[in-house]
Write a protein that binds this ligand. Structure first.
Ligand code: ADP
Ligand code: MG
Length: 692
């Protein structure tokens, strides 16, 4: 349960003064719907209103705050002309001009003969001084209130800076006095303010320097957020680690047989990872391990080996893929191997229906199926195993900590191995997978030929087509990727269809088209024709990213490559690295080309190292996007900047581990404060899990 101390912060923003239903909607989109969300909405720049020169000396173009006397109102002769008010500060005159003005209001606020404070940008117009639409108009005694440094927040339509400032000021007033959850020595060594003080400081910046990630108040809040994240994961990890598991330690016979059947030997990297997995399986605790390996690094065989370990012990194993296509692909690689060594692997997806389905369900419950291959959806359904001891989740970077927790509650405490093909930088592994042990295949199988990657402008389409023609003549197959941007799916689809038509004019019946709007069956049919070689060029919107395995496909053309992220480009290119043939990737770009896009394309040309690409990706854009997951929640920081505060994350990680080691129940005074921290940053699932 949320500590009562925090109730005021978790109230809806409608509770603030001056926020109507319509405005609330905009603010909700901008920052979030709760008062606490406003606290995390940090200023992005400042306006310094402290410059109060005599008008005669004032710099044109600067923001000035001055006292003036109102001389005269001049109503416009034409509606489209501005309403003018002439003022003076004694040294010079200034014209305040207002378009679409309400004369009544202006007369009330700036009556002739009165003294007023005005603040805004000084301009020159027709040889005179002017200020159009002053930001502030106030009584003389309000000078000090107006003459400050003003925080400027990221805004959206319907919310002005004045409004958001007003809401945030109110939100700040509702922040209760928080207990200190930081280690005192760390806090003073880093020179960090208290949480309350930090909030006050970040929302009242005095200069641009106060906006930097290194500003102690910002650092403090970033650290708080990262500590909440790391502590939550550490608590979950502790829970899973303590769960009684079972000792899975097979006799090795099936594994030996499989290795004899393979046309290759395992790489050192695969061996090392398997050793780690087998050790986990043999321990009396649950396994929760992340297996990371680039596309084509050979994760499938590693997964199969760990499942065989379970089968050798007379138990069952399951592997879950994110899509039907991938599940089928796993079946195609695994089933023949399993048959050869005399065990049974079956496929269960939403499309296995009727009698076939009930037969599989029956056999599964009777223990006649050793390895079940399916989609993630399987875990939602009522599927009963006789004795499930090993689950492999092929994650395709879309699986959050909540789902992993749900999974670990399933069945008879099976070991869980999560595989991901997205190379994830270490910082992100910590923030998103800090609850898991971690293995990495960091070396591709020997003999892989590098991909010849070229970057070309779309204007060279003729040359690209000619090159493609030569490749096809040599018997190669090619993907032609057209990007699909969600916002304009229709337009993009039209572009793909148009490209399909132009290519058909050159290549005739050799070209096929597959896109997201097609029915599963139609998609499969086209894919089959591509696999069998009936179609040589497959024009596709990015549906192929999800993963098809056509070893003969060694050419990839990516149109509008500048629109893709690095991770996506890397994944796509991975599709043609399946075989041992030399392959070619042509990245076609169109202008305008942003600096970042240019950088991305260069990186793609220079390296195939997924981890290096992932690090660069993290530098070029934030962390959340790499994992592609708002759902996963745990990798999203509101305040912390994954690049700027990297070092803090490592400290938070150590801090969290120490806390869990010393005060796992969060029972000490610092523990109680940390509990508030977890709720404050909405990482409370961990506390809940732990209390069960
Ligand atoms: P991924 O990690 O993308 O799942 P796969 O497991 O599909 O990669 O492996 C890619 C290809 O490499 C497959 O054709 C597989 O048979 C092959 N492979 C796996 N391990 C090795 C190895 N040690 N030596 C040579 N080829 C291997
Ligand atoms: Mg795979």
């Amino acid at each position: 349960m949320r500590p009562p101390l925090l109730y005021p912060l978790f109230a809806e923003i409608e509770n603030l003064n001056g926020i109507g239903e319509k405005t609330a909607k905009y603010v909700r989109n901008l920052a979030g719907g709760k008062i606490v969300d406003l606290l995390w909405h940090l200023p992005s720049s400042v306006i310094d209103r402290r410059y109060s020169p005599k008008l005669i000396n004032a710099r044109i173009g600067s923001i000035i705050t001055i006292k003036v006397r109102v001389l005269e109102h001049i109503e416009p002769k034409l509606k489209k002309l501005p309403y003018k008010i002439i003022c003076t500060d004694g040294s010079a005159d200034i014209t305040l001009s207002f378009f679409h003005a309400y004369p009544e209001t202006l007369k009330r606020n700036l009556p002739e003969g009165s003294e007023r404070v005005i603040s805004g940008k000084l301009e020159s117009f027709n040889g005179g001084l002017q200020m159009s639409h002053p930001d502030y108009v106030g009584k003389p005694e309000e000078m000090d209130k107006i003459r400050t440094v003003e925080a400027v927040y990221p805004l959206t339509a319907g919310v002005t800076n004045k409004m958001i400032n007003k809401y945030i000021k109110q939100a700040l007033l509702r922040v209760p006095q928080m207990p200190e959850w930081l280690d005192e020595r760390f806090k003073s060594a880093e020179n960090l303010p208290s949480f309350n003080e930090a909030l006050r400081l970040v929302h009242n910046p005095q200069s641009e320097a106060d906006l930097l990630p290194s500003f102690p108040a910002r650092k403090r809040l970033a650290y708080d957020e990262m500590l909440a994240n790391q502590l939550a994961l550490a608590l979950v990890r502790e829970k899973v680690k303590k769960q009684q598991g079972r000792i899975i330690k097979g006799n090795g016979l099936l594994r030996k047989k499989i290795l004899e059947k393979l046309p290759f030997t395992l790489t050192e990297s695969q061996e090392k990872v398997l050793k780690e997995i087998f050790a986990d399986q043999a321990s009396p605790y649950r396994m929760l391990r992340l297996l990371q390996g680039d596309v084509g690094s050979g994760k499938t065989i590693v997964a199969l080996m760990s499942m065989l370990n379970a089968v050798e012990c007379g138990t069952q194993a399951a592997i879950m893929a994110p899509t039907e296509i991938l599940a089928k692909q796993h079946l195609e690689t695994m089933q023949p191997l399993c048959e050869e060594i005399g065990i049974r692997a079956e496929l269960l997806t939403g499309r296995v229906k009727g009698k076939a389905r009930s037969k599989i369900l029956q056999d599964l419950e009777a223990g006649k199926i050793d390895i079940l291959i399916g989609t993630h959806a399987l875990f939602v359904e009522a599927v009963t195993f006789k004795d499930l001891a090993c689950v492999v989740v092929d994650e395709q970077h879309r699986f959050g900590v909540h789902q992993r927790l749900a999974l670990s509650d399933k069945g008879n405490k099976p070991d869980i191995l999560v595989m991901t093909a997205t190379p994830i930088p270490r910082t992100l592994v910590l923030t998103a997978y800090g609850d898991m042990e971690y293995s990495k295949i960091d070396q591709p199988p020997k003999g892989r030929k590098p991909v010849d990657t070229r970057v070309l402008p779309i204007t060279k389409l003729q040359e690209v087509a000619a090159a493609l023609q030569r490749k096809i003549a040599q018997g190669c197959r090619a993907y032609w990727v057209c990007p699909l941007v969600e916002e304009s799916e229709k337009i993009d689809l039209a572009a793909a269809e148009e490209r399909f038509e132009t290519l058909k004019k050159i290549f005739g019946e050799d070209v096929g088209l597959v896109h997201g709007k097609m029915k599963e069956k139609e998609k499969d049919a086209v894919m089959e024709r591509f696999k069998s070689g009936e179609i040589k060029i497959l024009v596709a919107t990015t549906v192929i990213e999800v993963g098809v395995n056509v070893p003969e496909a060694t050419v990839m053309v990516i149109e509008h490559a500048e629109r893709f992220g690095l991770a996506q480009l890397h994944q796509l290119r991975g599709r043609i690295k399946r075989g041992f043939e030399a392959s070619t990737c042509m990245l076609l770009y169109s202008f305008p080309l942003s600096e970042t896009a240019r950088e991305r394309l260069n990186i793609m040309r220079e390296t195939e190292d997924g981890f290096l690409i992932a690090e660069k990706d993290l530098e070029l854009r934030g962390g959340g996007e790499i994992l592609g997951t708002r759902q996963s929640g745990f990798c999203e920081f509101r305040i912390a900047d994954m690049n700027e505060h990297k070092h803090l994350l490592y400290t938070a990680n150590k801090d969290a581990q120490m806390i869990v080691a010393q005060d796992e129940k969060l029972a000490t005074p610092r523990g109680a404060a940390l509990r508030i921290l977890l709720y404050l940053f909405e990482r409370d699932e961990a506390v809940k899990t732990y209390q069960q």
